[in-house]
Design a protein around this ligand. Structure first.
Ligand code: CA
Length: 238
């Protein structure tokens, strides 16, 4: 299934290794960054579902990362820091962090905080709600809660970015979504204006979803404008 992606931003290798192992064993996909620069670049290329952020990084303060991220991303941020001052917590939360955990932390508490943040962000998810029913068109079904895509009941394996593109189009099915709307939603507003990366991903998506990618039945191209996903048959029953 499509695991949630955690971007772990931590410069202390022992903590990073331990946390990352624990997260993986709990079913999360984990990517690590040990500097602020690396963190910002991965945050935009990887589109993680949640960020765990240490404030004391070698090249920049974690606070700066929160400020920069919040100009374009609503991805939940949990600060994990040795700074225990109330003032530090307030500043981080005011800057846009969703939660704050002080080191040393217990694993079960970290897991609980992650689940809570993901639940909140799913409810807010970039301004649209996760639909209460799956998307269905012909043989394709998307379950937004399980993040699973099946064709004729057979699971289709998409990368996290491919899934985000398809889910965004499905949640706006029947409407033309412009290239820039999709790019903004998936990669954030600092995404490149060139939509080559989107077209590459779409080619891969079509190979996985469509019987004949040259004559798609699920995701249509509106030439020069964007994409339109086939109407959700399920929603028309209501
Ligand atoms: Ca540190």
């Amino acid at each position: 299934m499509n695991k949630f992606t955690v971007l772990l931003i931590e410069d202390e290798k022992s903590i990073s290794d331990f946390t990352s192992k624990t997260l993986s064993s709990h079913g999360y996909r984990v990517r690590c960054a040990s500097t602020g620069k690396e963190a910002l670049s991965l945050a935009s290329s990887l589109c993680p579902d949640i960020l765990l952020l240490d404030l004391g990084l070698p090249d920049m303060d974690g606070m700066e990362i929160i400020h920069q991220l919040r100009t374009w991303s609503s991805c939940p941020i949990i600060v994990v820091s040795a700074r225990t001052q109330e003032n530090d917590k307030v500043r981080a939360l005011d800057a846009g962090a969703d939660d704050y955990l002080t080191k040393p932390f217990g694993i079960s508490e970290l897991m609980a905080r992650i689940r809570t943040s993901l639940r909140h962000s799913n409810q807010l998810n970039n301004g649209y709600n996760i639909p209460h029913h799956p998307y269905r068109a012909k043989d394709l079904e998307i379950d937004f809660f399980k993040r699973s895509i099946t064709i004729n009941g057979q699971p289709v394996h998409l990368t996290p970015i491919e899934y985000k593109i398809v889910a965004f189009l499905a949640q706006n099915s029947g409407k033309v979504m412009t290239y820039s709307a999709v790019m903004n939603n998936v990669w954030g507003p600092y995404s490149e204006s060139d939509n080559k990366i989107l077209r590459v991903n779409m080619a891969n998506i079509r190979r996985k979803l469509e019987k004949n990618p040259a004559e798609p039945v699920y995701i249509f191209t509106e030439v020069g404008v964007g994409y339109r996903m086939a109407d959700d048959e399920e929603s028309q029953c209501f």
